[in-house]
Write a new protein. Structure first.
Length: 82
């Protein structure tokens, strides 16, 4: 789903920034950082948590890090990250 490779560090993506809900598909909430990086939040990880349409990016650091690692690994291995 991510259309571009992250160019900012994880800290730069989350420090004093927000994420916005983009869409839901196949048991996954997709959020987007202010910098345009789309990342998934699997429903199986949410438990009873409340997910807002807009929230502090720092709260989503775990998911952003995980997807950033996936995208960069896919690029290194020559796989399509979509």
């Amino acid at each position: 789903m991510t259309k571009h490779i992250p160019t900012l560090s994880l800290t730069e993506m989350v420090k004093n920034k927000v994420v916005r809900f983009s869409f839901y598909r196949d048991q996954v909430l997709w959020y987007e950082t202010e910098d345009g990086f789309l990342f998934p939040v699997p429903l199986e990880d949410t438990g009873t948590a409340m997910f807002k349409a807009e929230d502090k990016a720092i709260y989503f650091m775990r998911y952003i890090r995980k997807h950033t690692d996936y995208v960069l690994s896919a690029k290194r291995d020559g796989r399509n990250s979509n």
